[in-house]
Every structure is written in structure tokens, then in C-alpha cells.
Design a protein around this ligand. Structure first.
Ligand code: CS2
Length: 500
């Protein structure tokens, strides 16, 4: 297709005219073919995996271009299409922002508009990897057990219709087509913050395929590779102010840039029967077992993030950097990491204290503006692996939970959907209606609200709520949050005035 060069928009034709300081694809994009389909083409993927792939394309591995897919809205496609898939990554720190234009994504498909087009692409044998960032809830699993949520409305739909809606529905229908055509399956690469994300997606897909057809289920179980991964980079939602800054730096408009911190880490279990790009050459750690990395990341970074998000939002802090500037909250975060430590399995010789220190520095990055509200989203899907799992393991080791109880209580206070001044909180969660109903019924009374929320089995499992070593500190922390607010509670717990 020939298109008139658009002098005022980032696109292939305007690349050559960008200021010299802007890094850009130094390879022939027209010579790239698509070996990867990525489901969930949000900011995180574009600031993480796509950057690594961009490096591999530049190194001459031209069979691994990315076709992005959105399972919901068309906004990313609408923005990237006039830009030939190009967008800018702005790297933010205390130094001046650095900019790099990424060329790894050739096009974006919008699944609900044309499900067949995405299925045809997924079934194409040239596609050898399907990666995913569909968020925790996109796997349609029960977060407490990791099993397929068979009563999920999208799963029920996808089991009875040819054209799917859910990520498992698309993947299994495409695998069915590949099998029928005699093609090998693609490798499924989950890049979401789920425990054992490869095993989880494999379990979900095997079960879903088996419900469609027992033979297909057996084939998926035997043939499908789903390596686990640990992904890490803090990528706040892009704001209008980011766009203004990036347009000015580029001299042309980029409607869909992403911003991120300098740090990134990607640890991948090396199991790709049908091939992969040389990820290690671009700094990806290829390992036999991701679990030690994943536990540290989910329990130290994400566990602290969620605690900070709830305490910080309630205390009136808009961003993570603002929240960790509060000494009380920073102390809570430090103690939370220490509380999680006995549940980790770091590799011998690993500098765990250095890792924790670096996390606190990353949280304090003044240039990121990562909103506490953004991280607070979907808590019902995040709490099990971030706070409940490690809390349960501490109890099994005979160790009490203190700041983990405060983190859980801060989530409880947040899901009442009323802030400390009585204003409405825009609560985003698949269980939002249920959470609000429970909170309204219990009222702002810790002794009623804590047990009512602890009874949600999908989040806390069956046995957790009954343990007095959970119920007591959680109720005490929640009571303090209701009585004196988040800032003062954090300060009192940090000083030792409130013992949880
Ligand atoms: C955050 C993560 O929004 C959240 O829940 O905790 O997105 C976090 O920023 C990333 O996992 C960092 O790698």
C-alpha cells in the first residue's frame, strides 16, 4: 500500500526527519515478517517485550515481527495505524527523558471487530509464538486455585460459539485449527504477573480445550509449550502531558507513546520447541526455573505496590513517588518486604537486600508519576499472589503477619469505595459490585467488614479467614484505618504504637 508521507505524524515516511538524538529502528521494516502475535497490546507490552523484539529485528532476526491484537477496544489500532505501527518509548528518571522509536509492531488487529482475521493469523504456521499481557483477569481463572473459571460468562460463551471473546477462547480455537491443518502449536508466552504464569495458562487452556473436545484437550496437554516468565518494568499509563513532551521532542505527533522507568528485567523459562529469537543476546535471562525470580518480584515489588496503592490512595497521595516520600508508608513498605522474605527462594549468592533497596529507589523515581489509583485496580485478582499467598506461607512457618495484615486491611478500606473525606472512589474490579454491596451491608465497622470480606473464597481461599492469626490483625488494622485514617495508621504502626 502506498500512502502519502505525513510530515506531521510519526510514521515510516517521517522517521528520517526526526532529530538526531531520537533512537529509531535501524533496519528495513519492510523486510520483517510476523512470527509473534501478541494479545493485549497495552502500554506494558509496548515498553517491555516489544523493545526486546525491536533489538532482535535490528540484529537481523527478521522473522520475529509482532502483530498486536486487542481483545477489546480499537483505540491502539486507531492511533498506531496512521503511524505504520511506530510509537515512542520515553525513558523517565532524574536525568532528562530519553526517547526511542520502536518499530517491532507492524499492525494491530481488533478482535471483536473481526474475530476471523485474528484466528486466521493465529493459525498461520509462520506464527510460532503467541505472547500475552491480558492482565490477571484475562486468563478467566479462579485466582485462589488457578483453575479455569468454568462459570465465567466469556468462557460459557466461548464453549458454545465458534467465534470467541476470551483469550483462552481465541488460543484454543486457533490451536484446534492448527491441529486440523497438521501444523505444530505455537508457544504460548504469558507475560502477566501471575504465579507460575506458564503453568497457569497451560492448565486453563488444557481444561478449556478438553471441555470443547476431549481429543483436543489431550493434544493441548501433550503438545503445547507454555514457558513461564517473570516480567518487570514500571510503566504508568501515558498522560496528555507525556504526549505533549514527546511531540515536542520528536517534532511530529505521536498519538500513542509509552513512558517507563530505565530498569527492565525479563526472565524466561527456555522451552520453545518451535524456535524463538535470541532473547538472551538482548539481555533476557533464559533459565530452567523462573520461580525464584517470580516469587521475589510478585511478593516484593507487586506486594509492596498494592500495599502502597491502597494506603497511599487513602492517604491522599496521587502517585507512588508521593506515597513513599511519607516516612510512615516507606517504613511499612520496607517491613512488608522483610515480612515476605522468609517465603522467598532466592538463588544462592543473590543480593536480596540490594534488590529490595533498588525497589525502593524505583518507587521513588520522581519522573514517573505512577498513579496509586492505577495499581489499586483489580485488587481481587492481585491480592492472592501478592499478599494472601505469602501471608499463608508465613503462618505455615509459624510466623505472624503484621504489615501484610495492614496491606489487606487497606484494600478492605479502599473497596468500601468511599475515601477518607467521604468522596467516591472509582473502584475498578471484576468483583466491584459484590465488594461494594458487602461494604454497604457491613458499614464502616471493622469487626463486621473484615470477616465479611475475608469470606470471599476466590480471594482468600477456604481456611485463611478462620485463622485468628489473620482475622485479629486484619480487623485491628482496619479499625485503625476507619478511626484515624491511613496516614496516621501507617505512622503509628511504623512507630510501634499499634502492634498488629
Ligand atoms: C503494578 C504492576 O499495576 C500494578 O499492579 O504493580 O503493573 C507493576 O508496575 C509491574 O508489575 C512492574 O513490573
Amino acid at each position: 500500500m502506498t500512502r502519502r508521507p505525513n510530515a506531521s505524524r510519526l510514521c515510516d515516511a517521517s522517521l528520517g526527519g526526526l532529530p538526531g538524538a531520537i533512537a529509531r529502528p535501524a533496519y528495513d521494516r519492510a523486510a520483517v515478517s510476523s512470527g509473534i502475535v501478541h494479545l493485549g497490546i497495552g502500554a506494558f507490552h509496548r515498553a517491555h517485550q516489544a523493545v526486546v523484539v525491536d533489538d532482535r529485528l535490528a540484529a537481523g532476526e527478521t522473522a520475529w515481527g509482532i502483530v498486536g491484537a486487542s481483545l477489546r477496544a480499537g483505540d491502539t489500532r486507531d492511533a498506531l495505524k496512521p503511524q505504520d505501527g511506530l510509537y515512542t518509548l520515553g525513558i523517565r528518571s532524574a536525568e532528562p527523558t530519553r526517547f526511542r522509536v520502536i518499530g517491532a509492531i507492524s499492525r494491530v488487529l481488533v478482535a471483536p471487530e473481526d474475530p476471523e482475521r485474528l484466528l486466521a493469523r493465529l493459525a498461520d504456521p509462520a506464527v510460532r509464538i503467541v505472547s500475552l499481557t491480558v492482565t490477571e483477569k484475562g486468563y478467566c481463572h479462579d485466582p485462589a486455585t488457578g483453575a479455569l473459571a468454568e462459570d465465567h460468562p466469556d468462557i460459557r460463551h466461548d464453549l458454545t460459539h465458534d467465534l470467541p471473546r476470551s483469550a483462552p477462547g481465541y488460543l484454543v480455537e486457533a490451536l484446534r485449527r492448527r491441529r486440523r491443518a497438521g501444523h505444530a502449536p505455537f508457544t504460548v508466552l504469558s507475560c502477566d504477573n501471575l504465579p507460575a504464569n506458564g503453568e497457569t495458562v497451560k492448565r486453563v487452556l488444557t481444561r478449556f480445550a478438553g471441555l470443547r473436545d476431549a481429543d483436543l484437550g489431550r493434544w493441548v496437554e501433550a503438545e503445547l509449550a507454555c514457558p513461564s516468565t517473570m516480567v518487570d518494568r514500571i510503566v504508568p499509563a501515558t498522560t496528555d502531558a507525556d504526549r505533549v513532551e514527546i511531540d515536542a521532542a520528536l517534532g511530529v505527533a505521536d498519538a500513542w507513546p509509552v513512558v517507563a522507568e530505565p530498569f527492565w528485567q525479563w526472565v524466561v523459562e527456555d522451552h520453545f520447541p518451535t524456535g524463538r529469537p535470541d532473547l538472551a543476546a538482548s539481555g533476557v535471562e533464559m533459565v530452567g526455573d523462573v520461580a525464584p525470580y517470580e516469587l521475589m518480584k510478585l511478593r516484593l515489588l507487586n506486594g509492596a505496590h498494592s500495599t502502597l496503592a491502597y494506603l497511599g490512595y487513602l492517604a491522599g497521595y496521587e502517585t507512588v513517588a508521593d506515597a513513599v516520600a511519607d516516612q510512615g508508608i516507606l517504613t511499612i513498605v520496607t517491613r512488608l518486604m522483610d515480612e515476605a522474605t522468609p517465603t522467598l527462594r532466592p538463588l544462592p549468592g543473590f543480593d536480596l537486600e540490594g534488590y529490595k533497596r533498588n525497589l525502593r529507589l524505583r518507587f521513588a523515581n520522581p519522573a514517573l508519576r505512577h498513579r496509586t489509583w492505577q495499581i489499586a485496580m483489580d485488587g481481587s485478582q492481585k491480592l492472592p499472589q501478592r499478599l494472601v499467598g505469602p501471608a499463608r506461607e508465613r503462618l505455615a512457618l509459624g510466623q505472624p503477619i503484621g504489615v501484610m495484615a495492614l496491606g489487606i486491611a487497606a484494600w478492605m478500606r479502599y473497596v468500601t469505595a468511599l475515601d477518607e473525606k467521604g468522596g467516591a472512589i472509582d473502584l475498578r474490579d471484576p468483583l466491584a459490585d459484590r465488594l461494594k454491596a458487602i461494604a454497604a451491608e457491613a458499614g464502616p465497622v471493622a469487626a463486621r467488614l473484615a470477616p465479611a470480606l475475608l469470606a470471599i473464597r476466590e480471594i482468600f481461599g477456604a481456611d485463611f479467614a478462620a485463622d485468628p492469626r489473620v482475622a485479629e490483625p486484619v480487623t485491628r488494622a482496619l479499625d485503625s484505618l476507619f478511626q484515624v485514617g491511613s496516614r496516621e495508621t501507617a505512622a503509628r504502626v511504623a512507630r510501634g504504637d499499634v502492634i498488629l
